[in-house]
Ligand binder design. Structure first.
Ligand SMILES: Cc1cc2nc3c(=O)[nH]c(=O)nc-3n(C[C@H](O)[C@H](O)[C@H](O)COP(=O)(O)OP(=O)(O)OC[C@H]3O[C@@H](n4cnc5c(N)ncnc54)[C@H](O)[C@@H]3O)c2cc1C
Length: 438
């Protein structure tokens, strides 16, 4: 038994982790273990990858086939996106969809059906998946795709590890000419201005806004909208970029060596950070070439940045509400947070396009605005998030399970009314809390 938590460091539990890199011991483990949950790299925030018994998939980390003619990759489920990029980028390919960290596994990307800054144009990771290998509750190996075992294929995509253990995945890649992104930053004075900017820029492949959540009144929603496009060879600017157009990321990092004292991140320190961040941009708009690493993964430069929230950990709250609820819904939610006095260090707004019929009934993305917020665990925060749940529900929205550690089963049932066909073999603290197995 060892202490185990995911990225939010909440909850922290005692767990027994099973590790192998071979099929047979995994099959034996599945058959002989009453209940457990598969686990990738623990970059989900809450309790979806936690249970008294977990099966780590990090040993399954081989690339099985890279078809550069078709632009397709087959890799085992435990391989990290960061390792894939080191192989793909020098060959002129990129991940079709990537979240805000490259330290996730391929299996985790499927189980959470991850989205990136391009969902409004290109959809979730599921849009690019061709087939996958799965080990079922009986320890049986099956290959599933939209046409083969199609029902279990669909329920596995965004199924939070509750349908079986994903062993490998074959998926389509994106072709690129360079590893650089043409980045444009626009400052928005308030929410109205930001939403108009999002609308006028919706043909941009990548878009994301950073919002200063502590601003209220006429400044509510003060933000920076960040747009991006992959740069072609003739758009590179410096000699270094032209000489090494397909340079992958460096593995140099700084690290937060210990947990910060709790209380250090409070509304005053966060407000100073937000002020500096907003005024770092002097002009109302700025364009420049950025490497993909700082563009997609700005937080990855600081290893263990989750420790700045202190030992008690933090909760990430990410919801989506339909565009129709748009300005009114976001305004009410931001006002509630700003008035609550709880400081969200990060507040990130993106837009989603429609979901598809190839995603499980508990997959998160639906057409609308999605906002992600971080809150240190402290007294009163659970009550605030319960209130936000009600607002999100009233606007026809839902909360992202891979970030969740506290939602009630009643709220879950209203947000995901189709339910989910689970059996007790694959079970997480989250699926138990949400009463998914009854
Ligand atoms: C800084 C940061 C930024 C992020 N940004 C985004 C974002 O922009 N968009 C987004 O969608 N997500 C984002 N995330 C969340 C992250 O992408 C997902 O939680 C992802 O699933 C984590 O992958 P993992 O390998 O760490 O999986 P884990 O956290 O270990 O597990 C997550 C879920 O996947 C299941 N699982 C993992 N491996 C397997 C397997 N082989 N078979 C079956 N089930 C499996 C687990 O049971 C669990 O339910 C972010 C996370 C961080 C820390």
């Amino acid at each position: 038994m060892a202490k185990l938590s995911s990225w939010g460091n909440y909850p922290l539990i005692e767990a027994k982790e099973f590790y192998t890199h071979e099929f047979e011991p995994l099959s034996d483990y599945i058959q002989s273990t009453e209940t457990f949950i598969p686990r990738g790299n623990g970059r989900s925030y809450g309790d979806s990858a936690l249970n008294g018994k977990v099966a780590s998939m990090l040993g399954f980390n081989r690339i099985l086939n890279f078809d550069v003619v078709r632009g397709e990759l087959t890799a085992e489920a435990g391989v990290l996106f960061s390792d894939l990029l080191e192989v793909l980028v020098p060959k002129g390919f990129f991940l079709p969809v990537t979240p805000g960290t490259k330290f996730i596994t391929l299996g985790g990307a499927i189980a959470s059906n991850v989205h990136g800054k391009n969902h409004h144009k290109e959809g979730a990771f599921s849009n690019f998946v061709l087939e996958l290998g799965l080990m079922t509750a009986q320890g049986q190996y099956i290959i599933c795709s939209p046409t083969n075992h199609s029902d279990i294929f669909r329920q596995t995509i965004g199924g939070m590890g509750l349908t079986g253990v994903i062993l490998w995945v074959r998926f389509r890649l994106k072709k690129i000419q360079s590893s650089y992104i043409k980045q444009v930053n626009h400052k928005a004075k308030n929410l109205g201005e930001l939403l108009s900017l999002f609308e006028s820029c919706n043909s941009s492949t990548y878009s994301v806004a950073w919002i200063d959540c502590q601003k209220g009144g006429k400044d509510l929603g003060r933000s920076i909208l960040i747009l991006g496009e992959h740069a072609d060879l003739d758009e590179l600017e410096t000699t270094d970029q032209r000489n090494f157009p397909l340079k992958s990321h460096s593995n140099k990092h700084v690290s937060v060596p210990f947990h910060f004292p709790s209380g250090m991140l409070n509304r005053w320190t966060v407000s100073i950070f937000n002020h500096l961040y907003f005024h770092k941009e002097f002009q109302s708009s700025r364009s420049f070439l950025a490497h993909y690493d700082p563009f997609f993964y700005p937080l990855d430069k600081i290893l263990h940045w989750n420790r700045i929230y202190g030992k008690k950990g933090f909760l990430q709250y990410q919801f989506v509400i339909p565009f129709e609820a748009g300005a009114e819904g976001l305004e009410l939610i931001l006002q509630k947070i700003s008035a609550s006095g709880f400081a969200s260090f990060l507040a990130v707004l993106k837009t989603f396009g429609p979901s598809t019929s190839l995603e499980s009934d508990i997959s998160f993305p639906q057409k609308g605005y999605t906002l992600a917020l971080d809150f240190p665990v402290s007294s009163g925060i659970f009550e605030l998030l319960d209130e936000l749940d009600q607002l999100v529900l009233n606007f026809g929205g839902r909360v992202y399970l891979t970030k969740d550690a506290r939602m009630s089963p009643e709220t879950f049932q209203k947000m995901y009314p189709l339910g989910f066909p689970t059996q007790p073999k694959f079970s997480s603290l989250q699926s138990q809390r949400l009463k998914l197995h009854i």
